[in-house]
Write a protein that binds this ligand. Sequence first.
Ligand code: HEC
Length: 198
Amino acid sequence: MSDTFPVSDADSISVADQPMPKWWTRLFTLFVLICPFYLLYFHTGAPGRSEIERYERVAFEITKKRFAEIGELQPTRATILEYTKKPNWLKVGKMVFKTHCVSCHGRNGEGGVGPNLTDDAYKHVHDIEDIARVISEGANNNAMPAWKDKLSTNELVLVAAYVASLRGTHAPGGKAAEGSVPPPWDAAPADPGAGDGG
Ligand code: HEC
């Protein structure tokens, strides 16, 4: 062994000094040299180049294409109700909720600054349409902000459908119920002529 490789001998322990092959150390040096450029390019100076930005752009394109499939939804009772039954679209509503609403309504809608959206009681909602109206217009002097200028109509309808779907899921750690209990979402809408004694 000592014929082929230089040997150091300290404290009577002999160590064969076998260098890494030249191709290996060159490759290693090359990677170290490339490293700062890689970091700069993908993580800082190059807008639109990071994986996250690419992901967001692609996700946005896909959502736009999918929105083309459904056209412009209207925030009506029938439409919101219809979309509470479409799991794939509820996922889009959930994304909107996770982006804009969790800070006040909690990760699962259990409430925080804003009311619990997973119980059966509501302060401003008597019918499923009211969910979209409150989201659009806001409530209580903007304690609940108005979202009409920040969300597209489709996003608004889909997040309303998602919020409607949270009803009765009773997320753990939920805030105490506030307000009154409206009829089930799919109950016939209140007949304005009913109860007039006729
Ligand atoms: C800055 C905090 C805040 C954010 C962000 C926020 N909310 Fe609210 N939200 C509130 C508050 C506070 C209320 C209750 C207002 C009141 O007391 O009258 C409320 C009420 C509501 C209600 C009516 C609940 C009821 O009991 O009648 C709905 C529905 C609702 N928010 C949905 C949303 C959705 C969907 C989003 C995201 C797009 C959102 N909120 C974002 C604070 C917020």
